[in-house]
Design a protein around this ligand. Sequence first.
Ligand SMILES: [Zn+2]
Length: 295
Amino acid sequence: MLSLFVRVNTSFCRYRSASAAALSLLLLSAAAVAQTPAPPPGPRFPRAKTSVRLIGCATATRTSSLKIDRRDPTRIDGFGRLVDLPLKSAVQEAVRADCAELRSQFGIRAPLFFVDEETSPNAVAIDYPLDKRFPDGTVLFGKKLFEREYSKGRFGIPTTIAHEFAHIMQYKRKFPAMTTKWQELHADFLAGWFTAHRARFWPDNSDPNVSARTVYESGDYQFNNPQHHGTREERFAAFRAGYKLNREDVADASFVYTKGLEYIQSRGARIERANRLGSTGDPDIPFYRNRAAKQ
Ligand SMILES: [Zn+2]
């Protein structure tokens, strides 16, 4: 899902933190998040520790997978514990509305949960459905990241949520195996489109410049790091290209998804070859088509 402030090898997945403003979660109807010992309503937990794959951003966690433990399902090894944030009702409603709109526009079914990160501020998308009503995956948004972004103008938050939901869309559509950077730029492209879409219908509650700044500041310059997400300039350019597409009245997110692929390919992205095991051999290069076969 954003950052640079923290460490260079981060992704969209980071935000600047606010005070200790309390936040609350509950993005969906009841889906919500788990109160400490109690698991979230309706979640489907694995029988034992299960490894779940990160889609896109793996930055702060420095790994391509996390683990969920049935004995303590509110805790995600490698990231943190699910929490219920006492958000102001208007903020809570905005997050809920953004998630609902993203599900509708991107054609995906995924919930968003808040996590009290043990890592640096981060947000991730995973291929595991924590809530069975939403089978396409789950977005985990860090409390520290949320607070930080809220404190600097808050409109980086919907854009970051859009970036993470874009990763779920990539997963559902079997995004071709590529290095992390291209997958991140493709998600930025979709987040840019959604930011413009949101501003059309919610102009009084949007500031695309704040959103763009968040994306820009998420760039990094660790070219040799497999988790390199693109430079500030590259991330901003991808965001702007998606934004522009919406301003040209392109309203179909499926079409935008395809245009995003064309965009990154025009800048050098290429599909990686998978080995005979159906994996690219690089844990940072997902090959989603084989997930079902592996289980
Ligand atoms: Zn990402």
